[in-house]
Design a protein. Structure first.
Length: 95
């Protein structure tokens, strides 16, 4: 996940990295994820963290660029839609 720290540094949004990795960790404790989907999971968690913490959230095209086009807009949208566990965990633990 050091790769995602570098992405956050490039985008000058290091403040969301710990939150995004927290979401990754919490999701992985409750759901089995294949190794080939970890980059997609990280990208989705970065997007969710940016929506909650930044004035301008990370966009799909930025994540696709940083993953070297290994994920698509459709995959990101499906992951967000299908993995409501991430949203449920976030909402439950928000102050």
């Amino acid at each position: 996940m050091l790769y995602f720290l570098q992405v956050c540094q490039d985008m000058q949004c290091e403040s969301i990295f710990p939150l995004a990795m927290n979401y990754v960790d919490r999701f992985l404790t409750s759901t089995r994820v294949f190794k080939c989907h970890l980059q997609l999971l990280g990208a989705v968690c970065l997007m969710i963290a940016s929506k909650l913490r930044l004035c301008k959230c990370i966009q799909h095209d930025e994540l696709i660029f940083y993953t070297d086009h290994s994920v698509t807009v459709q995959q990101i949208n499906v992951s967000i839609t299908n993995h409501n566990k991430i949203y449920n965990n976030i909402i439950q633990e928000m102050p």
